[in-house]
Design a protein around this ligand. Structure first.
Ligand code: UDP
Length: 452
């Protein structure tokens, strides 16, 4: 068996006050014919990063509505995770000198994991590229696959390097279905799986997202020597070039010229599948230099979910200056806490940050600094944007909507035999309605990948 992740139970009923009766009723109705469905999620790590965050909430809720859901993590060693990190970067568009032995490492670890795969499920959902070869390898090993296999891609593939995507593509093509965060991320040359578009979501009842009493927020700040009386900008992200912590420091320095008592907190969790993290941490620390108002914090000095929550709640401005971002759960988290968010105009961020309404979308260090300054100088505007952002998240990006999309998807799977023409099906295409609020679901068959 792969590594089983044990999870605390969750009850859908507890979400009623936040999402309302209609949402709860719809979820129960959708789940009724799916009772007992055996569902397995597989990814690379049980904590650190957005995927782990999502599965921690989604899997217990799937269980609560009657599915037999599990979450398992693959096994790997440093050489494997170094390759998968390079793969991740390559899929986001970063050039890398690939060698044949890197692909061999990736395949070898997938093979080891395929051999550990010893149960059958109705639906297997494989997250991201690390374990992507499992569908094919498990099938090869058993002389055919049982159940439906779905590849869930959390990455923005728009500018994927061909040398990486061309290698990965045949492994993805053999899935029954593939889920992407945005329809724009679907590669036009991916033929085979049905395509679904489902943006991620946050759990409003998790330790990270439930409101904390003010005295607890203050106590957390003081514990990390952050002054609760002075203005604060916060970015919570892995130390990774795509999250641009160096750019955040540069923007903070520009704002400090006008707001000399500004403080910056950069929180990063060091994920197990992120060997680059340490190297980039060091670069960020050097960049911060001797400025004691820049606080570099991580899980290693005790910053867990509660502390992240406190920093996001305390921030006058939440920043997410990403250069690439599949979705950006941290943006959702900041908006949910009623904070205006200044964020890179990339990937899934514009779904959440509606420019001038729930925050500001920015394209450079100067742009970022200008908008952070604007929010610090206009607290009433910050308050209005924060309130709009919270409502936007409530309607579109809570875990109940995510659960709904999966339940809808499962109900389409019986029709999921790839046709001879390799028809694609978009189930759950998210697109803002004319008023900018609300996301519509559509179940529509369409040939090709990008259309529809
Ligand atoms: N996170 C955290 N502590 C950290 C850094 C990140 O708990 O020090 C969480 C963050 O709150 C969010 C997730 O990890 O829930 C990151 O997800 P996101 O989609 O923003 O980025 P990813 O890391 O998946 O690229």
């Amino acid at each position: 068996m792969l590594g089983m992740v044990s999870l605390a139970p969750k009850r859908l009923e507890e979400y009623r006050d936040i999402v309302g009766d209609a949402v709860i009723a719809e979820l129960r109705e959708l789940a009724r014919p799916l009772r007992g469905l055996r569902v397995l999620h597989v990814n690379a790590t049980a904590y650190g990063g957005g995927v782990a965050e999502l599965l921690t909430a989604l899997v217990p809720l799937m269980r609560d509505v009657g599915l037999n859901a599990e979450w398992q993590v693959i096994r790997g060693a440093d050489e494997f995770f170094q390759v998968t990190k390079a793969m991740h970067n390559g899929l986001q568009g970063m050039p890398f000198p690939w060698s044949p032995d890197m692909w061999e490492h990736w395949l070898r670890y997938n093979l080891i994991n395929a051999e550990l795969f010893d149960e059958t499920y109705d639906v297997v959902i494989i997250h991201d590229p690390q374990p992507a070869a499992l569908a094919q390898l498990v099938g090869d090993r058993n002389g055919g696959r049982l159940g439906k296999w779905i590849w869930r891609c959390h990455i923005d593939l728009t500018d994927a390097r061909p040398e990486v995507w061309d290698r990965l593509r045949p492994f993805v093509a053999c899935y029954d279905g593939a889920i992407f965060t945005l329809h724009d991320y679907v590669k036009p040359d991916l033929h085979g799986p049905r395509v679904y578009t489902i943006p991620p979501a946050i759990d409003p009842l998790s330790t990270k997202n439930t409101p904390l009493p003010l005295d607890e927020v203050t106590a957390v700040l003081r514990r990390y020597r952050v002054d609760p009386e002075r203005p604060l900008m916060v970015q919570v992200s892995r130390f990774d070039p795509w999250k641009d912590p160096l750019g955040v420091i540069a923007a903070y320095r520009l704002v400090r010229r006008e707001v000399p008592d500004l403080q910056l907190v950069l929180v990063a969790s060091m994920a197990h599948d992120d060997p680059e993290g340490w190297e980039f941490y060091e670069r960020t620390a050097r960049h911060a230099g001797e400025d004691w108002d820049i606080h570099l914090l991580s899980n290693l000095n005790g910053v867990g979910n509660r502390e992240v929550n406190a920093f996001q709640q305390a921030a006058q401005v939440v920043v997410q200056k990403s250069l690439r971002e599949g979705f950006g759960l941290v943006v959702t988290e900041g908006l949910w806490k009623g904070r205006p968010v200044v964020a890179g105009n990339v990937g899934g961020i514009p779904l959440q940050v509606q420019h001038r309404r729930t925050g500001f979308l920015v394209n450079s260090v100067e742009d970022c600094a200008e908008h952070v300054l604007c929010l610090l100088q206009h607290p009433e505007l910050a308050g209005e944007m924060g309130a709009a952002g919270r409502e936007h998240v409530r309607q579109n990006f809570l875990i109940t909507r995510y659960l709904r999309d999966y339940l809808r998807l499962f109900r389409t799977l019986d029709e999921c035999e790839p046709s001879p023409q390799h028809l694609g099906v978009a189930a759950s295409v998210a697109h803002p309605t004319a008023g900018g609020e609300g996301y519509e679901q559509s179940l529509s068959a369409h040939p090709g990948r990008r259309s529809g």
